[in-house]
Write a protein that binds this ligand. Structure first.
Ligand SMILES: [Zn+2]
Length: 156
């Protein structure tokens, strides 16, 4: 559902894409990336992706992101256990990774909102400032981020 005069963006995207789009004036987003990536065993963090099926996490007792406040990370689900669930085909891991990824997006947008209120033009500085790890882009902005953002009307 669009709000009158809102700038909606479909299919965007990575955390970096969202920041770029917000900086360009986007108000609302609709994208499957956080849950689709979770279904493929990928957790997104402020410092990059955690591909939970990788062997390097076999004995890793850490949560996906020790700085994350989502239920998955706070409740202590280790990377090793999540990897086990993924390889065993347990649907719980898909829910936990989705929960984590959506929490990250919620925090990202909340940070952008704070930055806008503080008159920062993009919100990017707020996102980077709160990052616990060395800044590293998750991906380059996609072409859809560079496209003009269409404002929707109340009738549309
Ligand atoms: Zn988390």
């Amino acid at each position: 559902m669009s709000l009158p005069n809102s700038a909606d963006v479909m299919g965007v995207g990575t955390p970096r894409d969202l920041i770029v789009a917000i900086g360009a004036g986007a108000d609302m987003f609709d994208c499957v990336l956080p849950t689709r990536n979770a279904r493929n065993g990928q957790a997104l963090t402020r410092s990059g992706r955690v591909v939970i099926k990788q062997a390097r996490y076999k004995d890793d007792p850490r949560p996906i992101d020790p700085a994350c406040a989502c239920a998955c990370c706070v409740e202590g689900y280790s990377r090793a256990y999540l990897r086990h669930l993924y390889l065993a085909g347990e649907i719980l891991v898909l829910r936990l990774l989705s929960l984590h990824n959506l929490h990250l997006y919620g925090e990202l947008v909340a940070g952008a909102r704070e930055a806008i209120r503080a008159r920062s033009p993009t919100g990017e500085s707020s996102f980077r400032h709160r990052s616990s790890a060395a800044p590293r882009p998750i991906s380059q902005p996609t072409a859809s981020c560079r496209a003009p953002i269409a404002a929707t009307s109340a009738s549309g």
